[in-house]
Design a protein. Structure first.
Length: 624
């Protein structure tokens, strides 16, 4: 019998002749599965993983950078009717070598989650799964982000395909069609919502000034100097956390430019971004500024003895680090520690209103978790809050800086390690867009301050109180200093345009958590305390209303009773919280300023002025 060794997922596998390409692609693998069950051992060259075991631990044979949690598959919670199929499915996913093992771990988890739902509904075979059952399961994921729901759908589809190829032929055409439907609008909305804003310039400048002082001060602790130099290097190169932690010594190069009159320096590093498999990586380069080269030199020097003692060639080897390279969480924890130690100098304590785009941590929570030394915490109150840049925001800040200095997008793409131009573009908002946002924000604030338009929203009174207090404390007169008041208020209360309203984004009323899927849902339907609207936006919200009417009718005709009920609830919400308040305000405007004046100023709502009574009666009938 001929035997072949193949490396898949950085794991050495021992295959005999029966393991042809079709087997490895999961097209016809059932013969191999029977053999595996008989010998009860996975065909890996080193280590013993038994097929019958409920835990498959690949951590000793996968790439060293893969976390153990993401390379250990557990099948304890899988019903016996599905367990063998899930194990075989897991193997095929690994053998296909298309996705990293971390991604396969998530894929298998999503399949297990779906199968648990089936078992809870007394379904023990995919042949008895209906399209309605799959839809109900996906509907139950409504609090997940749009992209996460899409991943669940694709995972279920992959399992169905595997099942019909290797376990039992089933008719799942309608299910396949549904699982591969793509809600592009929801995905796009989520991507836009998840873009990180840049680091505010004044915060960034104070942070870098402080870290620069620390890394050059030989009296400071070595690890304080080390983390300061690392964050400066992060800010100057645009590397990702994992990439910068993997950087090694002797990876800086130089070349002569400007006819040999000057020397330019660059950093060689490896990235796993956009590479296939867990062992794959590619070498890339990034330009080094003088400050970045200085930080690199300091890191090389201060950890010289440490590297010799542990036999490492890594650039960053903190004295107390248990794991090398340090994890991204360790780097983030060390950044938090240095910010706390020098919080007053940097100006990062209790400034959430001033810097709403930064991540925040409560000192009391940090104390309770024992994640930092009390020496960093004893100068603060438990209620104090620290504002911290997210690692990705350093990339965003650098990209913005390069673009604003006139650097070409092609160069930024290469400098930031992106493969596609569009990926780079997504990191910054062009000046034209920013100017439009600024103009829109000031125009809305002008209407509110002058009383020309009233806002509608749950926190209206709180918003107006903040505006009134600002005007009183500024000691400015609305009649003579209106422009100055408007500019000051739009800085204090950031305004963003939203479909059918305005968002007082991360303003002083309530922080808006970008990482919370529930907030994304509230934002999508205007069910957020930061969301405000006015009567002249009624055309947009009425359009939402008419769209929902069509959706309700369609679901009722198809017999989708639950879906129709959900859409009806949304419809009533829009009527009660948007349309009726907007129509009530429109009535007041018509009575005080006249219909002609309103139509001239807001031509988009002419239809509602002309048909006010019939529209009011129509929408009110839904909530009587």
């Amino acid at each position: 019998m001929n035997v072949t060794v193949k490396e898949l997922q950085n794991i050495q596998w021992l295959f005999n002749d029966e393991y042809d390409d079709s087997v490895l692609q999961g097209i016809n693998s059932n013969k191999i599965f029977e053999r595996l069950k008989k010998v009860d051992k996975l065909p890996i060259v080193s280590g013993d993983i038994y097929f019958s075991s409920d835990i498959w631990d690949f951590s000793t044979v996968v790439h060293k950078t893969v976390p153990r949690r993401k390379s250990t598959f557990t099948f304890k919670d899988v019903n016996e009717e599905f367990k063998e199929a899930v194990k075989f499915f897991t193997l095929v996913q690994i053998w296909q070598d298309r996705n990293k093992i971390q991604s396969i771990y998530s894929l298998v988890y999503q399949v297990r989650h779906f199968l648990s739902y089936l078992v809870s509904n007394d379904i023990y075979s995919l042949e008895y799964v209906s399209l309605q059952t799959v839809k109900r399961y996906i509907d139950n994921l409504e609090n997940f982000t749009a992209s996460t729901i899409q991943k669940h759908k694709y995972a279920i589809s992959d399992f169905f395909q595997f099942y019909t190829n290797n376990i039992k032929k089933i008719d799942w055409f309608d299910i396949h069609k549904y699982l591969h439907s793509y809600d592009s609008k929801a995905i796009l909305a989520q991507r836009k919502a998840n873009k990180w804003d840049t680091i505010p310039e004044d915060y960034f400048n104070r942070l870098i000034t402080c870290l620069n002082r620390i890394m050059n001060d030989e009296t400071e602790a070595i690890d304080d100097r080390g983390i300061s130099a690392m964050i400066i290097l992060l800010s100057q190169t645009g590397l990702r956390n994992g990439e910068i932690c993997d950087c090694k010594i002797d990876c800086i190069g130089s070349l002569k430019i400007l006819d040999g009159t000057k020397t330019a320096y660059y950093l060689r590093y490896t990235t796993k971004k956009n590479t296939k498999g867990n062992g794959s990586e590619r070498e890339v380069y990034t330009v080094m500024t003088d400050l970045a080269r200085q930080a690199y030199t300091i890191l090389t020097k201060i950890y010289e003895k440490r590297r010799v003692s542990i036999g490492s060639n890594l650039l960053f080897v903190p004295l107390k680090a248990r794991t090398l390279p340090v994890t991204e969480n360790t780097l983030d924890r060390m950044l938090t520690a240095i910010l706390l130690k020098h919080g007053k100098e940097i100006g990062c304590i209790n400034v959430t209103d001033k810097y709403p785009t930064l991540k925040t941590q409560n000192v009391g929570i940090l104390t309770d978790r024992h994640v930092l030394s009390v020496d960093y915490l004893n100068q603060y109150e438990r209620s104090d809050v620290i504002s911290i840049p997210r690692p990705h925001q350093f990339r965003v800040h650098l990209c913005n800086q390069l673009f604003q200095q006139g650097v070409s997008l092609l160069f930024i793409k290469k400098h930031m390690g992106h493969l596609e131009r569009e990926m780079t573009v997504s990191y910054f908002r062009q000046k034209e867009d920013l100017d439009k946002e600024k103009e829109y924000a000031e125009s809305v604030m002008r209407l509110i301050v002058t009383g020309e338009s009233q806002v509608i929203g749950e926190a209206k009174d709180t918003l107006m109180k903040i505006i009134d207090e600002f005007i009183q404390n500024s000691k400015l007169n609305v009649a003579t200093n209106l422009d100055e008041i408007i500019k000051g208020l739009t800085k204090k209360i950031p305004i963003r345009a939203k479909n059918g309203g305005i968002c007082i984004k991360s303003g002083p009323i309530r922080d808006c958590s970008k990482s919370d899927p529930t907030d994304d849902l509230f934002c999508a339907y205007g069910m957020c305390i930061n969301f405000f609207h006015t009567f002249y936006m009624i055309d947009i919200n009425y359009n939402k209303y008419t769209t929902l009417l069509k959706t309700i009718k369609y679901n009722e005709e198809k017999g989708f009773r639950k879906a129709a009920e959900k859409e009806t609830s949304k419809l009533k919400w829009i009527i009660e919280n948007f349309l009726i308040p907007e129509l009530d305000d429109l009535r007041k405007e018509m009575m005080t300023k006249g219909e002609v004046s309103i139509k001239q100023k807001y031509p988009q709502i002419t239809f509602f002025v002309d048909n006010f009574d019939s529209i009011y009666e129509e929408i009110s009938s839904w909530i009587k």
